[in-house]
Design a protein around this ligand. Structure first.
Ligand SMILES: Nc1ncnc2c1ncn2[C@@H]1O[C@H](COP(=O)(O)OP(=O)(O)OP(=O)(O)O)[C@@H](O)[C@H]1O
Ligand SMILES: [Mg+2]
Length: 209
């Protein structure tokens, strides 16, 4: 049975798909048999991204597919080492379904209180619905400065949740990579790739630890 990582958030555009693709790329690069399940059938952003990846001839390739629900995706989990569920925004029932199925639930968030407060409430709701707190982790995305990151970490810590080590700074180069079907670890800038890789590695550490 595959390990399953779910990427969720109530807010849209926080980085779920970006992180799901980044982890897919790194896990596939490390030799794992990876499936990225795009659960946003309306947008299909990860499926589109993967088409660009194939057009660009990027390596490694892995498997990206659109699914109607987490339940549908889990049916094929046996065939893979790692199944990543790229969730839709603003979908409480889908979010709970993903959280139930996942070994690890990653919620990306920006550093502002406007972003963090609802994100923490989302985790509170999952805990209330019976999801073990140890499965739930934050990933800080679109970070401006170190000071901003430190404040966000302390805010999340006070709310009683774990924040993954590493973070994604806000950079146009990450978007440019995405435009070409590349992951956040595959930009033209080694420093940005390393920074993204640290965040992906800390997800892998949570899975293995
Ligand atoms: N660190 C970053 N720096 C710059 N742009 C970023 C960064 N992270 C994400 N983006 C861009 O922000 C947009 C939203 O990111 P993404 O699609 O990953 O969010 P999402 O949570 O999956 O959104 P949705 O809720 O619509 O599914 C994309 O255009 C993406 O390229
Ligand atoms: Mg998305």
């Amino acid at each position: 049975m595959a390990q399953i990582v779910g990427f969720i958030s109530q807010k849209g555009g926080v980085g779920k798909s970006t992180l799901a693709r980044g982890l897919s790329r790194e896990a596939a690069h490390g030799g794992l048999n990876v499936k990225l399940a795009d659960l946003d059938t309306q947008q299909g952003t990860s499926v589109d991204w993967y088409r660009r990846r194939l057009d660009h001839g990027a390596d490694p390739i892995f498997s990206v597919e659109s699914f109607k629900s987490a339940a549908q995706a889990i049916k094929i989990a046996d065939e893979f080492d790692l199944l990543l569920l790229d969730g839709p925004a603003r979908a409480s029932s889908a979010t709970l379904e993903i959280a139930r199925a996942a070994t690890l639930v990653v919620q990306p968030s920006g550093a502002s209180v406007d972003d963090l407060r609802p994100a923490i409430l989302t985790f509170h709701e999952l805990v209330k619905a019976g999801i073990p707190k140890r499965k739930l982790v934050f990933a800080l995305c679109r970070i401006g400065t170190e000071a901003e990151e430190a404040e966000a970490r302390s805010y999340i810590d006070q709310a009683g949740y774990v924040v993954l080590e590493g973070s994604l700074p806000e950079r146009p180069s990450y978007r440019q990579a995405s435009n070409l079907g590349l992951a956040v670890t595959e930009t033209r800038y080694p420093q940005l790739n390393q920074r993204a890789d640290k965040l992906m590695q800390s997800m892998a550490d949570r899975l293995n630890g």
